[in-house]
Design a protein around this ligand. Sequence first.
Ligand SMILES: Nc1nc2c(ncn2[C@@H]2O[C@H](COP(=O)(O)OP(=O)(O)OP(=O)(O)O)[C@@H](O)[C@H]2O)c(=O)[nH]1
Ligand SMILES: [Mg+2]
Length: 451
Amino acid sequence: MVRDEVTERAFVVLPTLSADGARNARFSRDPAQRLAETVGLTEAIGLRVEGSMLVKLERPHARAYVGTGKVEELRSLIDAHHVSLVIFDEALSPVQQRNLEQSWQVKVLDRIGLILEIFGRRAKTREGRLQVELAHLEYQRSRLVRSWTHLGRQRGGFGFLGGPGETQIESDRRNLRERIGRIKIQIEEVRSKRRMHRSRRRRSDFRSVALVGYTNAGKSTLFNRLTGAHVESSPMLFATLDPTVRSLWLPHGTKAVLSDTVGFISDLPTTLVAAFRATLEEVTQSDLVLHVRDIANSETESQREDVRIVLRQIGLEPDDGERFLEVWNKVDQLDLDARSALYKKAARPPGAPQVFVLSAQSGSGVDALRGGIEKRLIQGRRIVRVFLDPAASDAVSWLYSNAEVLESHAEAGRLVLSARMQEGMYEIFSNKFPGPEADFSEEGRGGEAAE
Ligand SMILES: Nc1nc2c(ncn2[C@@H]2O[C@H](COP(=O)(O)OP(=O)(O)OP(=O)(O)O)[C@@H](O)[C@H]2O)c(=O)[nH]1
Ligand SMILES: [Mg+2]
């Protein structure tokens, strides 16, 4: 599909509800911050924001979300800005969307449509594209009543902003249902392949770590720092869509796999949460999840809440201190006073889950995080020294592929191999290869091993 490089002009409408009408935390955010985020999202699909307006309401109106007077007032503003598109920063019902489009004679994209559009343009892997297409089709299915005929020309991505696909959808619901069915099957195929890869990793007993966090928190920057990879990091929102996995080497030689994931955002459309649940399987299956936060952002607390909401939606308990670690990133953006206040806040009583304060950009604090990750990962694991007959090559290769071999040497005609493995793994080994002598040391219990 040809990417439309012409910058289109857009106008942003930002409704805010009074306290009783508000149904979620996003409305309690500072409107200036909300606007900045929405402008960021709009620019992420190559649109230029020409103007914006904050609309205060008691509660949404059924007909057009905002009242008739406001619709008129906005119409003259929109006309004056010569825009071709209005971004409405809330979820609109199909009827509301159609009414607004008719009143303003421009295309209206609500928040969900906007996020779908971004995802459609960003997803690169086959799985990512399939998932976005599925979310798009399901979104379309919910609004089959709308008329798209007056809406502009074809654009890039999946053409959420108008294109031949949509009239087709309108004219053939059955076709739509069939496409959804087909895509689900294709996704299932890709997923089962990925599951195979993961179980192979699991068998080899590498621990897995995942990065999650609000969009733009610095996950990819930290990922690159930790793994030496070059994943795109950018001030653009939703820079990362497709999960990336790389090896992660820790200070005492532990090897793990680290995955970078799609960023979260407040009011992530549920269709997308569902669609990305598969991608986020990397997260749900991880031994350790690092919640990366932009601690310098004035909305950092509500972003944290939003991330925790999505985590719960994908079936994880963010209060599970065994599994989660918070990383407070971008500390370099704070002035000295704010920084020292932050370090105080980050200090935890012994035994409480630790918080890591760092700058992924400068690298300061990253080594402490590596140590912290290692310490967590080796908890409940032990090092086994196995004395083997050098001819027992099957046992040796089993250890190499199923445990983490730290060292090996020959001693009195025997091969001495030190390997770190999960509790229970040695039992599997000794059932398979009875005989060899072994001794054990336990790690991680007192937490000293990685210091
Ligand atoms: N000052 C400062 N900027 C940072 C730091 N870490 C990341 N950034 C910047 O923040 C922006 C977003 O970083 P990314 O790593 O792309 O963020 P992300 O969480 O991967 O974002 P998405 O993939 O969009 O969800 C980029 O412009 C980075 O250069 C940091 O420690 N300090
Ligand atoms: Mg990223």
